[in-house]
Design a protein around this ligand. Structure first.
Ligand code: CU
Length: 602
C-alpha cells in the first residue's frame, strides 16, 4: 500500500482499468465489506477515535441528511484502507486546558452600538452543551453566536479585539466596504493576532442590511468552533423594509460530532478538503432546534446567514411562501414570493413570512442527497426547528395581509443600477476557472474520487463520500482559481494553460471607480468538481447572468454560488481602494489554496 502511495495520479490512469470496470469492482468490494461489517471492522474504541467510519452516534440526534452522513461514516472503510488516517495530526480546541475552569457559553446578546462607540470582542475558549454532550469550543465574548452588533447605516465604530484562544486569529467583517487595513486578512492587511494579543478595528457601515464577522485564520476550525456573529445595519431610509411585526436573526450551521467528542480538525492543515467539513448536527443560532412563537396574522422578517464551513441549505417554512426582500448588500430590485431559499456559505438573505393560522410550522432543509458510494440520489429533509403560531390574531392582521401581498420595487436601487446598465453587455475583463488538483492520496481513494466524478450534481448538499473526504487534507488537495482570461473556452486559447496565473499568482489591478466584468466558470471536468461560494472582499457586485441567462432581479452581493459546470458573470464596482481577497468560502477549500487577490488603486 505504501509503495502505491508513491504513484502519481497520471500514472494511475494509464495502469488501471476503465472507470466503468473500476466502479463495478469497487461496488462489489463495498458490497462484500457491508455484508460483514462486524468481522471486518472491529469496534475497538481507540480505533474508533481515529477513524470516523467506526464511530457510533445516538440516533435521536441524527436527522435527514445528517442521518445520511452518519450512515456513511458508520460503514466500514474501503477494504485495503483500514488503518489509513489523514496526513495531518488531529486538533481539538482547548487541548490541555482544564475543562472545569472554562465558563459555559451563553446565548448571544444584542448590542446596540452608536456612532463612535467602542465594543470589546474577545475570542474565548468555552464549554458548550450540545445534544447532551459537553464540548470545548470557541465563542466571541463567550456567546453563541457572537454578539449581534446592531448599528445605524453610515456609522463608524471601534472594535477592540482580544485573542484569548489557542490559535492566532483576526476578525474579518464580511461584506462591509471598510478601510482595507481593517479587513482582517492575515499577512495581507495585518499580522495575525497571537494568543493573548489585541487588535483595534475601525468598522464602517456604508450599506444597509445583514452582515457577519468571523476569523480569517483557519476558518475551518475557528468559525466552525463557534466564532461568528451578525451585524445588522439599520437602513437610513425609513421605507427600506415593508411592515413586519417582528424580526428574527437566524444563523444556520452544522457541527461534526464523533460520539462524545467533536471529530478532530487537522492541526497544521485542514482535513475534509475535497467536499469541506459537513456536520452531522444541525445548529440554528448555536442550538439544536430553532423555536419561535408568534400570533396569527403576524409577518416575520427573517435575517438568515449561513455560517457553515461547506453546507448549502434549501430552507422553507412548511406550507408558507417567503417574500424575498434582500440579500448581502442591498434589497432586490423587486420583492418576489419563493417557496424555498437556497443559501450557500457566507450568503445572507432577508425574507418575510406571513403566518396566518394557528399551528406549528417546521423550518425545513429539503435537499437532494447523492450517495457517491452507491451512485444513487434521494430526497432528504432536516427539521431545523419550528415556528409556533398561537393566541389571538394580531390587530393589524388585515393591514399586514394587504401589505404582504404587495411586491414592492426599490426605486433607489433602480436609479443606482441605471449607471451600471451600459456595462452589462461589455466583454469579460477577467475569467477564472474553478478547478482542483489532487495528488498523493492513497491509490484507492484517488481512484474512487476519480470514478465518483461520473456523478456531478450541481450542488453537493451533503457529503456522499465522508471517508474519502476525511482522508483528503490540504497536503494532497489544491483547490484552484485559475486566471484563464483570454484563453478561450477550455482555458487553452492563448499560450499554455499551465502558465495561467493561479490563486496567489493572480495579480489584477483596477482604478477606483472602474466597473469590471468577472466571469467565474466551474470546471465540470475537474478531478472532483464541486460547487463554490465565491466571495469578494471590500467591494460589491451584481450577478449579471448564470449560464448566459440574464438575471432579471438584481441586488448587490459579496458572495455568489457557482454550481458545478456553471458559468456566472459578475459586474464588480471597484469602489474601495486596497488589496482585497477573492476566495471560495468553503473553509476547507480556502485552506487548500482557493484564494487570490486584486488591488484597487486611486
Ligand atoms: Cu470551493
Amino acid at each position: 500500500m505504501l509503495a502505491l502511495h508513491l504513484l502519481s495520479a497520471g500514472l494511475l490512469h494509464r495502469l488501471l482499468p476503465s472507470r466503468k470496470t473500476l466502479r463495478r469492482i469497487l461496488v462489489l468490494m463495498l458490497a462484500a465489506a457491508w455484508a460483514a461489517p462486524s468481522s471486518a471492522a472491529p469496534q475497538d474504541t481507540t480505533r474508533a477515535r481515529a477513524m470516523p467510519m467506526n464511530m457510533a452516534m445516538p440516533m435521536d440526534s441524527v436527522r435527514g441528511s445528517g442521518d445520511m452522513i452518519m450512515t456513511m461514516l458508520r460503514n466500514p472503510m474501503l477494504p485495503g484502507l483500514r488503518g489509513v488516517s489523514p496526513s495531518v495530526d488531529p486538533f481539538l480546541p482547548g487541548e490541555g486546558v482544564d475543562t472545569a475552569s472554562l465558563a459555559w457559553a451563553t446565548p448571544r446578546e444584542i448590542l446596540h452600538v452608536a456612532d463612535g462607540d467602542t465594543v470589546a470582542l474577545e475570542a474565548r475558549i468555552v464549554k458548550r452543551r450540545i445534544g447532551g454532550r459537553t464540548f470545548v469550543m470557541y465563542g466571541f465574548n463567550g456567546q453563541y453566536p457572537g454578539p449581534l452588533l446592531r448599528v445605524a447605516q453610515n456609522t463608524e465604530i471601534v472594535i477592540r479585539f482580544t485573542n484569548s484562544i489557542d490559535l492566532p486569529s483576526t476578525i474579518h467583517w464580511h461584506g462591509l466596504r471598510l478601510e482595507n487595513r481593517f479587513d482582517g486578512v492575515p499577512d495581507v492587511t495585518q499580522a495575525p493576532v497571537p494568543p493573548g494579543g489585541e487588535f483595534i478595528y475601525e468598522v464602517v457601515f456604508p450599506d444597509a442590511g445583514l452582515y457577519w464577522y468571523h476569523p480569517h485564520v483557519r476558518e475551518d476550525i475557528q468559525q466552525d468552533g463557534g466564532l461568528y456573529g451578525n451585524m445588522m445595519v439599520d437602513p437610513a431610509r425609513a421605507d427600506y423594509f415593508g411592515p413586519a411585526t417582528r424580526e428574527e436573526f437566524i444563523m444556520v450551521d452544522d457541527l461534526l460530532v464523533d460520539g462524545d467528542e467533536l471529530l478532530p480538525w487537522g492541526r497544521d492543515a485542514a482535513n475534509f478538503t475535497i467536499m469541506g467539513r459537513f456536520g452531522n448536527v444541525m445548529l440554528v443560532n448555536g442550538e439544536e432546534r430553532y423555536a419561535a412563537t408568534v400570533r396569527p396574522g403576524e409577518v416575520v422578517r427573517f435575517f438568515v446567514t449561513n455560517v457553515s464551513n461547506t453546507r448549502s441549505y434549501n430552507l422553507s417554512f412548511a406550507g408558507h411562501d417567503m417574500k424575498l426582500v434582500g440579500t448581502d448588500l442591498s434589497r432586490f430590485e423587486r420583492e418576489m414570493m419563493v417557496e424555498s431559499l437556497v443559501i450557500s456559505p457566507a450568503e445572507r438573505y432577508i425574507v418575510e413570512v406571513r403566518f396566518a393560522a394557528a399551528g406549528t410550522y417546521a423550518l425545513l432543509n429539503q435537499v437532494q442527497v447523492v450517495d457517491h458510494m452507491r451512485g444513487t440520489f434521494q430526497a432528504a429533509v432536516d427539521t431545523l426547528g419550528a415556528v409556533v403560531v398561537e393566541g389571538p390574531e394580531v390587530e393589524e392582521a388585515d393591514a399586514l395581509l394587504s401589505s404582504h401581498s404587495i411586491m414592492r420595487t426599490d426605486a433607489v436601487l433602480e436609479a443606482e443600477l441605471a449607471e451600471f446598465r451600459p456595462h452589462f453587455d461589455r466583454p469579460v475583463d477577467h475569467e477564472l476557472l474553478l478547478t482542483v488538483d489532487i495528488e498523493g492520496l492513497p491509490i484507492l481513494v484517488q481512484q474512487f474520487i476519480s470514478i465518483d466524478t461520473i456523478y456531478r450534481p450541481p450542488v453537493e448538499w451533503t457529503d456522499g463520500m465522508p471517508n474519502m473526504n476525511w482522508l483528503s487534507t490540504s497536503n494532497e488537495v489544491r483547490w484552484i482559481l485559475r486566471d484563464v482570461t483570454g484563453r478561450g473556452a477550455d482555458g487553452a486559447g492563448i499560450g499554455d494553460p499551465r502558465d495561467a496565473p493561479e490563486n496567489a499568482e493572480i495579480d489584477w489591478q483596477f482604478r477606483l471607480g472602474d466597473v469590471v466584468k468577472i466571469r467565474l466558470r466551474n470546471d465540470a471536468d475537474a478531478f472532483h468538481p464541486m460547487h463554490h461560494p465565491i466571495h469578494l472582499h471590500g467591494q460589491r457586485f451584481l450577478v449579471l447572468s448564470r449560464d448566459g441567462v440574464a438575471n432579471r432581479n438584481l441586488a448587490w452581493k459579496d458572495t455568489v454560488l457557482v454550481p458545478v459546470g456553471s458559468t456566472v458573470d459578475l459586474l464588480m464596482e471597484a469602489s474601495n481602494p486596497g488589496e482585497w481577497m477573492i476566495h471560495c468560502h468553503i473553509a476547507e477549500h480556502l485552506d487548500a489554496g482557493m484564494m487570490g487577490s486584486f488591488r484597487v488603486v486611486r
